[in-house]
Design a protein around this ligand. Structure first.
Ligand code: ZN
Ligand code: ZN
Ligand code: FE
Length: 732
């Protein structure tokens, strides 16, 4: 019998056709396979039992990078064919299926890397159809070697033979290379034979090394070297924000952090994100790696170069983005050498260009599920589908901090890589270039452009500059709600507790503690945190003690000793009282700031969310008490109780825990009263594990369904996707 099977999903550029070729050969089926606009088409001919076995194994044993979403089969007349062939694709194949994310070195390539008899022994660019760089080297479509940054490297005969052989695991592996024909690594200014060994020696001696990775330059040093880590911090002008670590292997990672099943799964996954996990007491890291943080961010090597370097150093390294303070990570060679010259003692570089800058992704496990904090390398550009397909092509411009963009066509949406804060020329350029790149890669020509309500965001202005498109403004917290619904394939209605730092409200004030009832199309605001002033405006974001003033004024409470001795106290309280230069906010993020300042945990921040992170870290894990806070989310009484406890000498850990418990209980109560069966918890504040786990448990114990962002960050990195979901639903 002969069957035609149409396979849909991520099945192109992932070794699917050679896989089909091998499977058919193994089962003695004849026929052919080819890519077309919608995926892969296979025809197989053999006895009924063989064909059935073929169809069972086809989705089940698909190559690791493939994602089979659907297989549709129909019988066709037998042709008496013999042999199995891979047929050239008809023109006009859909480009969207062709670009997969960058993927960690696979087990087979690793074996070759460390096998002295292999021709790629210690070759830092070994890769195959199942692993290696993809998104970061793609310049255009179709995804073919000339349109990648491998274009300048001509394959040698041996590599070309692998590339051309359907039975070879490097069949059509676009970045295929070997020491004879591919990219080379070198240590700048050194003529060492083995650049990686020389770099490893420098690292072991305490040097700071710039390393060109997959999506950009990293800065590396020994994680256990107090002087080196402190010097790196000083030279990078990075005060407190924790540094990520790369451990040589899982055993070494276990010595750094406590790893549950979920964390280990994330750590070894082919996306290889940075996994935030609880620091082990006595972890062998310098104190400057993550000051005051109970967690460490750890990842495992993901490129052959990292594998070689880490195997050689055999110690955990700090591996942080190659930049000065908040600039975007450097990825162009000359620019990197210029910008990092004052930081790095040595440069380990190579000559394979990076086309798209991508940062490492960051993820945390909460209650046994992944919670994405930064979605970039390894995950981008995998599509995240929309529950309501976009009738016209959509571009969504996102927010301003932790910015991403999103393009959508039909039911597919592609969220771009993490761009960072859209505050300077470099990030704005990365944003606009990224959008153009995605438009080409995925054949999206936006007719609808969604943007934030905030009139002054650069992303909003960018949207307004697009000509001949329909503009759709989406309220910030509605976008958070929609993003979470849509990634779970839902359309609502639901009630959402959306807590974050800042979002422009429909009334022009600063929202950030919102209870919304809504669906993908619209929402109503059914509650909000009690509004207070932000004394001095933006300054109150950098200086949480100002928010402490505002809340004390609102609660009519006397300042505790932690804050009343502070210079400027009277003046700032005056601003809060009169409202001069002090906009009104309902932000829960700012309430966390205020309590952190009252507790003396932090009165000024030097990275976003720092006060809340340190307040969470301070929590006494066993404290079960809670301050008074009702479902009306008016924390004035709570603030009074915090001050009273502090005056009484109650420990900061207990105060912090009672505060978290109160917010969780009040949120659960408020959501329950809304009377919807489904609750969404989203917004950057819910990156807080204690708050999220408690709120979720309380809601679930009352029989409510709780949806939490998983594949996209709860913070503003998910906003663009939420805007796209709203735009698609509204233009239906
Ligand atoms: Zn491989
Ligand atoms: Zn070669
Ligand atoms: Fe937000």
């Amino acid at each position: 019998m002969r069957i035609r099977a149409r396979v849909e999903g991520t099945v192109q550029g992932v070794g699917f056709r050679p896989y089909v070729y091998r499977l058919a050969g193994e089962l003695g089926c004849s026929g052919h396979v080819f890519n077309d606009a919608r995926g892969v088409v296979v025809e197989v001919e053999a006895g009924a039992a063989e064909v059935e076995r073929f169809l069972t194994r086809l989705p089940a044993e698909a190559p690791p990078l493939a994602r089979v979403e659907r297989v549709m089969t129909e019988p066709v007349p037998a042709t008496g064919s013999s042999g199995f062939t891979i047929v050239e694709s008809p023109a006009g194949g859909e480009p969207s299926a062709l670009v997969s994310p960058d993927t960690a070195t696979c087990a087979e390539c690793l074996e070759e890397l460390f096998d002295p008899a292999d021709r790629r022994y210690r070759y830092p660019f070994v890769n195959c159809t199942n692993c290696g760089p993809r998104f970061t080297i793609v310049r255009g479509v179709p995804y073919d070697r000339p349109l990648t940054t491998m274009a300048g490297f001509r394959m040698c005969d041996a590599c070309q033979a692998e590339y051309d052989d359907p039975a070879d695991r490097r069949f059509h592996a676009q970045p295929n290379a070997c020491p004879a024909c591919g990219p080379r690594v070198r240590l700048l200014g050194s003529d060492a034979d083995d650049a990686v060994r020389a770099a490893a020696d420098a690292l072991r001696g305490g040097a700071i090394l710039a390393v060109k990775g997959m999506g950009g330059y990293h800065l590396a040093c020994r994680a256990d070297h107090e002087w080196a880590v402190a010097a790196l911090r000083g030279r990078k002008h990075r005060e407190d924000k924790p540094f990520a670590l790369m451990a040589p292997n899982l055993v070494a990672a276990r010595a750094l952090v406590e790893l549950g099943t979920e964390e280990e799964t994330l750590l070894v996954a082919r996306e290889r994100p940075i996994v935030l996990a609880r620091r082990r007491p006595g972890a062998p890291v310098a104190s400057a790696v993550a000051p005051r943080s109970p967690d460490l961010g750890v990842m495992l090597p993901y490129s052959p170069l990292h594998h070689l370097l880490l195997a050689e150093v055999d110690l955990p390294l700090v591996l942080t983005s190659g930049n000065v303070s908040d600039e975007p990570i450097a990825y162009r060679d000359e620019d990197a050498v210029t910008r990092l010259a004052g930081i790095a003692d040595a440069f380990l570089v190579h000559d394979r260009p990076i086309h798209t800058r991508t940062d490492d992704s960051v993820v945390r496990a909460v209650a046994g599920r992944p919670l994405m904090l930064r979605r970039s390398r390894g995950y981008v550009p995998t599509n995240i589908d929309l529950p309501v397909p976009a009738k016209r092509h959509v571009l969504a411009c996102g927010a301003e901090l932790k910015s991403t963009f999103c393009l959508a066509r039909g039911s597919r949406a592609w969220v771009g890589h993490h761009i960072g804060d859209l505050s300077n020329y470099e990030t704005l350029r990365a944003f606009t270039e990224g959008i153009e790149h995605f438009e080409r890669l995925f054949a999206v020509a936006p007719a609808v452009v969604a943007h934030d309500l905030h009139p002054d965001y650069l992303s909003t202005r960018f949207a307004h500059e697009r000509e001949g498109v329909e503009l759709i403004a989406v309220q910030h917290h509605h976008a958070h709600l929609a993003a979470c619904l849509a990634e779970h394939g839902e359309t609502g209605p639901a009630v959402g507790a959306i807590y974050d730092g800042t979002g422009y409200g429909t009334d022009g004030t600063v929202w950030g503690g919102e209870l919304l009832r809504g669906d993908l199309v619209s929402f109503e605001r059914i509650g909000a945190l009690y509004p207070v002033r932000m004394p001095g405006g933006e300054a109150a974001i950098r200086q949480p003690w100002r928010m402490a003033c505002a809340w004390l004024v609102a609660a009519d409470a006397a300042p505790p000793p932690t804050v009343r001795s502070r210079d400027g106290w009277e003046q700032v309280s005056g601003l809060a009282r009169t409202g001069f230069a002090s906009p009104v906010t309902t932000s829960v993020g700012r309430l966390f700031d205020a309590v952190a300042a009252l507790c003396g945990v932090r009165d000024e921040v030097n990275y976003e969310g720092q006060a809340a992170i340190e307040l969470e870290a301070a929590c006494d894990p066993v404290e079960e008490g809670a301050y008074p806070l009702g479902p009306d989310l008016d924390p004035r009484e709570l603030v009074g109780a915090v001050v009273a406890d502090l005056e009484r000498g109650v420990g900061v850990g207990v105060v912090a825990a009672r505060f978290h418990n109160a917010v969780a209980a009040a949120t659960a109560e408020a959501c329950t009263r809304a009377g919807e069966g489904t609750v969404v918890l989203a917004g950057g504040v819910f990156a807080n594990r204690r708050l999220l786990e408690r709120t979720r448990a309380l809601l679930e114990s009352r029989g409510l369904r709780v949806l939490v962002p998983e594949r996209l960050p709860p913070g503003d990195g998910g906003i663009s996707y939420g805007q796209a979901a709203v735009a698609a639903a509204r233009t239906r």
